[in-house]
Write a new protein. Structure first.
Lengths: 394, 244
């Protein structure tokens, strides 16, 4: 028997041929699924960086109450590109009602205290629960601290002392995060996008190949051909995997390309390039097998197309759990964590992004356990496919 | 040659088929006649190996379905109750798919498919996607793919369901042609006229049991009626129609 006459191959070729004629399958597998992740990613990162830059560079409008009491302070503010506005009534109310992000009030005793050498008070009125205003408040605080330190240094020099006596302890920070590691925090959702793509790539085919065939009454005639049900299952799984694999490959390529268009300060801190794509692809292979079997099983238990779609939509959220856990509760991964399918792969992808080394034990462990699940679920699917209830249309 | 020996099948508490035995011979058309819900489809599903009987056994050309399922399937051409086609394949591609699954050699496929397309008068629509086919076109395609491997035994589940008069007539002629080729033809129906028009042997089934079998003449004689329809009603009991 020639290879192309093997029943599993016959089923595979037919599933591929039919799917390639289905616009919905193609759209999902080749366009929507694989490109959604990279595009969303690029947009979010660009927006985030643009926002930060804008906040840091544009003049900060600041209503000041009592500006006439501290002309030197005001000119220091103006030099720092802060736009000093006339005082307003009820500054607390204006901040609370979000009309103003931040207001500065110079105490009525300021001039007097200054002259006597007492601490002179200024008040920053803001709302710390408003995250978007925080960078402005921080900027104002830095300017005020700078002014204060400069003045104290000058007073000390005026008394013939060295300004260094003000700093008995000097703190020098040595952050051990590699630049890549800091960047990787932003990328915590990237592994999920890859898994999501693997789901999307094969989803419509998986539904079509079992629940769809049953709903359209073509499964019963198919299964009474002189072909082991095992071969039918294998052929269908192979077709689902092919679509899933192509989806993931396109997605990885898109991420690799997106890597070159990242804002330049992120470009230096995360490794998202062709090398990443080439190393991630083989790690995705066992996962693609696992996902296609899970999808086939789920659709075998669904009564029709719609039900299968609902279940698969829910299952698609499962791989989000490791990503969310890693984002919200970053824990130090022990070796056992790599043995959990989905979690293991996501941990490894994060390490790849952070340009950290991956031991053979880590990647081997996660591959072996995933493949073990594949084998177990395959036997389960095989039994379902051989059961007489599968073919009977509702 | 198809032999059913003491078949029994229940789903939960419902005894769908109880102790059903009959034979369908080569060169004959055998009709499985019964009201809807009598157990015809379940019986046929056991014959074509989709379901396993809980008791009893099925032999096709001497092969037991329980031990030689693949061998049996090669010898059967089946038009099941479910006759869905693949929408994004043409009628020809649908038939070719089954030819490959039946293990026909690549060189034999094209001539065989052409032969069936001519025989069933499908030339007009053979190369169109099956989406939007009429009921008659669907049934023809389903029959062609069922017969692509030239099986000696043919099982049709309610083949004329949903067909118009002309399509029904040509289907009957086709069944007679299969008989003339010396094949064993078994089909189920709930329509009396069909049996009268076609069958050499009749198996009457009601409430999951065979209640009479034999040639049309024997059955008339058994019931003491000259009209087969009267004989049928008498044999299955007047309330059988309520089983639906």
């Amino acid at each position: 028997m020639k290879w192309f006459s093997l029943p599993a191959i016959v089923v595979y070729l037919k599933e591929m041929r039919e799917s390639l004629r289905d616009r919905r399958v193609l759209l999902n597998a080749l366009l929507l699924g694989p490109l959604m992740g990279p595009v969303i990613f690029l947009i979010i990162l660009r927006l985030a960086v643009a926002h930060e830059v804008e906040q840091a560079e544009k003049p900060l409008p600041l209503p000041v109450i009592g500006a006439e009491l501290a002309p030197n302070l005001i000119s220091a503010l103006k030099q720092a590109d802060i736009q000093v506005l006339p005082p307003i009534e009820d500054p607390e109310g204006a901040v609370r009602s979000q009309q103003r992000d931040v207001v500065l009030r110079i105490s009525a005793d300021y001039a007097n205290d200054w002259r006597l050498g007492h601490p002179a008070q200024v008040e920053i009125i803001y709302d710390s629960s408003r995250r978007e205003a925080n960078s402005q408040v921080q900027r104002l605080r830095n300017v005020l601290n700078g002014y204060s330190q400069l003045q104290s240094a000058m007073r000390i020099i005026a008394r013939g002392l060295s300004p260094t006596i003000m700093h008995p302890v000097v703190i020098a920070e040595r952050d051990q995060a590699t630049p890549q590691a800091r960047g990787a925090m932003v990328f915590a959702m990237l592994p999920y996008f890859l898994v999501f793509t693997a789901f999307m790539g094969g989803m419509f085919l998986a539904i079509d190949a079992t629940a769809g065939e049953r709903e359209r009454h073509s499964l019963e005639p198919l299964l009474i051909n002189p072909v082991p049900t095992n071969s039918v299952l294998l052929g269908k799984l192979a077709a689902i995997c092919s679509f899933s694999l192509v989806s993931v490959a396109i997605s990885l390529a898109a991420f690799a390309i997106a890597g070159y268009y990242l804002p330049s300060d992120l470009l230096t801190i995360v490794v998202l390039n062709v090398g990443f794509a080439l190393r991630a692809l083989p790690l995705m292979l066992p996962l693609i097998l696992l996902i296609s079997i899970v999808q086939t099983l789920v659709t075998a238990f669904s009564k029709n197309f719609r039900e299968a779609q609902t279940y698969l939509g829910l299952i698609q959220l499962v791989p989000m759990i490791p990503s969310l856990v890693l984002t919200i509760l970053p824990f130090k991964p022990q070796l056992w964590a790599y043995a959990i399918p989905l979690l293991g792969q996501q941990l490894i992808f994060m390490r790849l992004l952070r340009a950290e080394t991956i031991s053979l034990v880590q990647s081997g462990l996660c591959t072996v356990t995933t493949l073990a699940c594949v084998v177990g679920l395959y036997y389960f699917a095989k039994r379902i496919y051989a059961s007489e209830r599968l073919a009977i249309s509702a | 040659m198809i032999e059913a020996l003491g078949l029994h099948k229940s789903f939960g508490n419902v005894n769908a088929v109880q102790d059903v035995s009959f034979e369908a011979h080569d060169g004959e058309i055998t009709g499985l006649l019964g009201p809807n819900g009598a157990g015809k489809t379940t019986t046929l599903r056991m014959l074509y190996t989709l379901m396993k009987p809980q008791r009893g056994e099925v032999r096709v050309d001497g092969f037991n379905t329980a031990t030689h399922a693949l061998e049996v399937r090669k010898r059967l051409g089946v038009l099941p109750d479910a006759r869905g086609l693949y929408r994004r394949l043409t009628a020809r591609e649908n038939i070719e798919y089954y030819a490959r699954l039946q293990g026909l050699s690549p060189a034999a496929i094209a001539p065989r498919v052409d032969e069936l397309i001519n025989m069933l008068e499908m030339n007009e629509f053979a190369d169109r996607y099956t989406e939007g086919f009429s009921q008659g076109q669907r049934v023809k395609t389903a029959i062609a793919r069922a017969l692509v491997h030239d099986p000696r035994n043919v099982i049709f589940d309610e083949p004329t369901n949903g067909l118009d008069v002309m399509a029904t007539r040509s289907l009957r002629e086709f069944l007679k042609q299969l008989r003339a080729d010396g094949r064993c033809v078994l089909f189920s129906t709930h329509i009396m006229q069909e049996v009268v028009a076609l069958c050499d042997r009749v198996v009457i089934i009601a409430r999951g049991r065979v209640i009479a079998q034999g040639t049309a003449d024997t059955l008339r004689w058994q019931a003491g009626e000259s009209n087969l329809e009267e004989a049928f009603v008498k044999l299955i009991g007047a309330d059988a129609g309520e089983l639906e």
